[in-house]
Design a protein around this ligand. Structure first.
Ligand code: ADP
Ligand code: ADP
Ligand code: MG
Length: 506
């Protein structure tokens, strides 16, 4: 059945809100933004066709405020809600409320989320379909002692995980029996605090795995198609930092096997819209089902580059009831794509979130470069929300070319006012293990320490260089009016030259 979608509310902020706004505009759909108090003049508010205030500052008061979002949706007569990622995107109860209000949720049904969004429930289904899962339990641990017995029968190390977990939270590696009790208590309370759900279960801790995931789309007519894999093994604290497609270690046979497993699982669960099935590969490239992300993924642009499809427009088309225009054999990967997540975090100080005003913010451009960005020069990066500034995505004919393009683009990315993970991304791209393709999820913990960032890294001199430029500017130009968004006119000297001078001087 065809449904008309003319007005879409985007229950999110930052780069992903902009991503959805752009898809809406291309499809002639009216985009409706919502915003918290500090986001009143944010880019997503300016870019949307309409915007409504949520009120509040914290995520809980604003972007997680289900009642308020639904109230705005009804008042603004919207047809559908796109949740982006994070926030309410995987919240089955919210999706149910959206459905009950007679609105379309751009994502899977609340039933499909209940079946696949919960890590244990999904493990159970995967297991019943004969898809290999990581050894462990499929029921929550009844008690710490119960867990200890199970852990010793599986064999240490084990991983305690929150059934409702996400974003690397609520996970604890336990190396031995004497660590179990305290790890269990901590995992449980972390899960309760982060997800309001303290169910914890056990998995065998696979040593040195690779994280490989399959992107899929399911329509409302029962068709499910996959779009190959993304390699996401470059992680810090179980969170992805750099992703690519194809994976350097996945060949056509393995891709077909992973794709088949992912599609089988999605079909069995009645899954629709965009979704990702995550797997771990062990040293022998044997794969194990890990979890399903029942939403658009942060790293989806990597797949868009190598397949040429638009995943967000596809989500909207699916929500309208249109059948997928492809069969599995129509899908193939071309070239090599890579994404670097640019966070406002200080890689020299344990990735501590870095806040402040973006005094200088100049994005990379040029061939085969895409920037999914949520900010402008003059904007304030606060502690209230996720510190992701932008995602930098590049395409090469080969992996080697993608790496060189990424390095070139990172060098063009100029940020002053907050510390960023750009130098850390450069470290990864220059590392022999990364370049060889021979790495696993421990790459960062094994090879990275703040010491490896050259003390003379010119990027860290930029704030100083720019400070000098701004001083000059202030002497020669009229001080900008009160608006902090006022653009600064072109500096009288080349910043590049300045950077080099500064570097050589030190
Ligand atoms: P992806 O698998 O798409 O790369 P991440 O795990 O990096 O996603 O999470 C994307 C964003 O959503 C991050 O900001 C993360 O903190 C947040 N997030 C993911 N899952 C959850 C969850 N269950 N609850 C709250 N936030 C989440
Ligand atoms: P989240 O919901 O936070 O994304 P996941 O279950 O997807 O949690 O796991 C995130 C990361 O943690 C994986 O990509 C992997 O690096 C690590 N991990 C998870 N489970 C295991 C396991 N059983 N063995 C080894 N590493 C694991
Ligand atoms: Mg995951």
């Amino acid at each position: 059945m065809m449904k008309s979608i003319r007005r879409v509310l985007i229950a999110n902020r930052g780069e992903v809100a902009l991503r959805v706004i752009r898809a809406c505009r291309e499809m002639g759909i009216t985009s409706v933004a919502v915003f918290s108090d500090p986001d009143r003049s944010a880019l997503h508010v300016q870019m949307a066709d309409e915007a409504y205030a949520l009120g509040g500052v914290s995520a809980r008061e604003s972007y997680l405020n289900q009642e308020k979002i639904l109230e705005i949706a009804l008042r603004a007569r919207i047809d559908a809600i796109h949740p982006g990622y994070g926030f309410l995107s995987e919240n089955g109860q919210f999706v149910k409320k959206v459905e009950e209000a007679g609105l379309i949720f751009i994502g899977p049904s609340s039933e499909a989320i209940a079946r696949l969004g919960d890590k244990m429930a999904a493990r159970k289904i995967a297991d019943s379909l004969g898809i290999p899962t990581v050894a462990g339990t499929i029921e929550p641990l009844a008690s710490a002692n119960d867990g200890r017995m199970i852990a010793s029968s599986i064999g240490y190390p084990v991983l305690l995980k929150a059934a409702a977990g996400g974003g690397g939270k609520g996970m604890r590696v336990v190396q031995s029996d004497d660590e179990f009790l305290s790890a269990f208590t901590m995992a449980q309370s972390e899960a309760r605090n982060a997800f309001d759900d303290d169910r914890v279960y056990i998995e065998k801790y696979i040593s040195h795995p690779r994280h490989v995931e399959i992107q899929l789309l399911g329509d409302l007519c029962g068709n499910v198609v996959h779009f190959g894999e993304r390699e996401c093994s470059i992680q810090r604290r179980h969170q992805k930092v750099l992703e690519e497609s194809p994976s350097p270690i996945v060949n056509d046979t393995l891709r077909a096997q992973l794709g088949e497993a992912a599609v089988t699982l999605a079909r069995a669960a009645g899954y629709t819209s965009a979704g990702t099935v995550e797997f771990l590969l062990d040293a022998d490239r044997k794969f194990y089902f890990l979890e399903v992300n029942t939403r658009l993924q942060v790293e989806h642009p990597v797949t868009e580059f190598v397949t040429g499809i638009d995943l967000v427009k596809s989500q909207l088309e699916i929500a309208m009831g249109r059948p997928l225009p492809w069969k599995q054999e129509d899908i193939s990967l071309h070239g090599h794509a890579m994404e670097a997540r640019i966070y406002a975090e200080d890689p020299r100080n344990n990735f501590f979130p870095s806040t402040g005003t973006l005094r200088m913010y100049s994005l990379p451009q040029g061939p085969r470069v895409r920037v999914d960005n949520g900010l402008r020069q003059g904007d304030v990066v606060s502690i209230h929300y996720d510190p992701l500034l932008a995602k930098l995505i590049v395409l090469g004919r080969t992996r080697a070319e993608a790496i060189e393009t990424m390095k070139r683009a990172l060098a063009e990315f100029i940020v002053a006012g907050v510390r960023t993970t750009i130098p850390f991304c450069e470290f990864v791209l220059n590392h022999e293990r990364f370049r060889s393709g021979n790495f696993d999820t421990h790459f960062v913990s094994e090879y990275f320490s703040p010491r490896v960032l050259d003390e003379n890294d010119e990027r860290f001199l930029i704030p100083a260089a720019i400070g000098a430029v701004l001083m000059k500017l202030r002497r020669h130009t009229v001080t900008p009016a009160s608006s902090s968004l006022q653009a600064i006119s072109a500096p009288p000297i080349s910043l590049w030259k300045k950077r080099r001078e500064e570097t050589y001087r030190s």
